[in-house]
Design a binder for this molecule. Structure first.
Ligand code: ADP
Ligand code: MG
Length: 465
């Protein structure tokens, strides 16, 4: 049989016939059509693939079917060798505009995604509010800021690729990673910049798969000069998404594009994230942001009040800075609440007023309160069992208790909606949103409910006092 295939083209066609019966059409088009047979040397079929990434993907997913196909056509001892021709894929931007004479299918895929997302017109998701200018420097964030600035000035041109910024909530991670994107675009260091949260990336990926658009999805992300992914800890447990992100990461890194990531903890401590992904995350530079010290907190408060054109007495600023120590979001929140209270009650901004406001805010912020504490307290007050509340029953009194617990968890913890749902037998975030609407409504309309609600709330407030 082997004798029939003296010609490399014919041999490869024979292999493709074999492959086509074993992989689906989309995979075939994506991963096999771009392969070019180059030569037949002794027992080796030499194939050209467009990139290292492409090669790795083939190797990981299709090595068996490829070697079987080659053996079936060229005999038991035949082998495959790959040569990698980077010039085909390394410049996705130019590829969009390559003259149409090319019939390279990978080119067609690129063009499809170009049509879908546009090569210039896509939403970068950057908030112009987040800049380096209005990011206050302090000991706690100095190093992270310097690294971010270096990256913004020279995307993919430093050893900081990826740049990973990690730290607790409200410390300025989102601000800083977006400042990179804003600066790089304004200074024309990079054109295609995309900011996305890991949660959004996941949702989009799942949707792309459902709509059979995984390729377009991948191509879109791979066409970025800077890809910024916020809160990568939420990749935890999402294996398919991680797999896709792994390959996106490799493709970008390989073609000299910048990747910026944020996380609530150091990459090595990420849970339920694939080791090989974690190892990629540590390729570049990992920097942390710490809670701001007193001087930085004072500087931030001054700047914010200046920006808002409001003059706040120095002793009030110092009082807030001394008493709201956890993070910058709460610092901002306290300032806003104090200003709101002053203007609503027509009072002057004094230390006394600040004290009142901060005290009332502090109650709702105690970080010692856990989801379980809240579920237990609500279950007691509403006289249902915790199991029922977390379970599936639709009995009216259980449903109300469940919704109340969701509402209180949302109010009293900083958990994302999805996470809250997961504490109630894996309900999704829309269920939580709905619950919050119902409870809001009940609180304002039903005095009886309001009484129960207040009792639950007080019970929780007593915890850890
Ligand atoms: P994270 O993403 O770490 O949770 P954010 O970036 O959302 O935190 O920051 C919370 C808020 O605090 C934002 O409004 C941000 O602009 C502000 N902020 C954080 N760090 C600074 C800083 N160093 N200077 C000025 N504002 C800051
Ligand atoms: Mg953030």
């Amino acid at each position: 049989m082997e004798e029939n295939f003296t010609n490399v083209e014919t041999a490869w066609e024979g292999c493709l016939k074999y492959v086509r019966q074993r992989v689906n059409n989309l995979s075939y088009k994506t991963w096999f059509e771009p392969i070019k047979p180059v030569a037949l040397r002794e027992e080796s079929l030499i194939l050209k693939v467009p990139s290292q990434f492409f090669h790795d993907w083939l190797d990981e997913h299709y090595s068996t079917v490829i070697s079987e196909s080659v053996r079936s056509v060229l005999g038991e001892n035949s082998k495959i060798e790959y040569i990698i021709s980077e010039d085909d894929l390394s410049e996705p931007e130019q590829q969009f505009y390559r003259p149409p004479k090319s019939t390279d299918p990978s080119h067609i895929v690129e063009k499809a995604s170009h049509k879908l997302h546009g090569s210039t017109a896509f939403e970068s998701n950057l908030n112009p509010r987040y800049t380096f200018e209005n990011f206050i420097k302090g000991d706690s964030n100095q190093f992270a800021r310097a690294a971010a600035y270096a990256v913004a000035n020279n995307p993919a041109g430093t050893a900081f690729n990826p740049l990973v910024i990690y730290g607790g909530v409200g410390l300025g991670k989102t601000h800083l990673v977006q400042a990179i994107g804003n600066f790089a675009r304004q200074s024309r260091k990079a054109e295609r910049v995309l900011y996305i949260s890991s949660e959004r990336f996941t949702v989009d990926f799942v949707e792309a798969i459902q709509k059979d658009r995984a390729n377009e999805f991948s191509n879109f992300y791979r066409s970025m000069d800077i890809l910024i992914v916020d809160d990568i800890q939420f990749f935890a447990g999402k294996e398919k998404t991680q797999d896709n992100f792994f390959h996106t990461f490799n493709a970008l890194h390989q073609s000299g594009k910048q990747i910026v990531l944020s996380s609530d903890r150091p990459p090595k401590e990420l849970k339920d994230v694939d080791e090989r992904l974690i190892s990629r995350f540590t390729w570049g530079l990992t920097v942390d942001i710490q809670p701001p010290d007193l001087e930085t907190r004072i500087a931030i408060l001054r700047k914010k009040s200046e920006d808002d054109g409001i003059s706040i007495p120095e002793d009030v600023i110092e009082y807030i800075a001394a008493n709201v120590t956890s993070n910058i979001r709460e610092l901002e929140g306290s300032l806003i609440s104090i200003l709101a209270k002053a203007s609503l009650s027509n009072r002057e901004i004094t230390v006394e007023l600040a004290k009142e406001v901060i005290k009332s805010l502090a109650v709702s912020r105690r970080s010692t309160i856990t989801v379980e504490d809240i579920q237990r307290a609500v279950a007691e007050v509403f006289d249902v069992s915790e199991e029922q509340m977390r379970g599936k029953t639709r009995k009216q009194e259980v449903v109300i208790a469940r919704q109340t617990a969701m509402y209180l968890i949302k109010e009293m913890t900083k958990l994302p909606l999805k996470a809250i749902g997961s504490y109630f037998g894996g309900r999704d975030h829309s269920t939580v949103i709905y619950a919050c609407q119902v409870i809001d409504d009940l609180i304002s309309k039903s005095p009886h409910f309001k009484e129960l609600y207040d009792r639950a709330r007080k019970k929780i407030d007593m915890i850890g006092v």
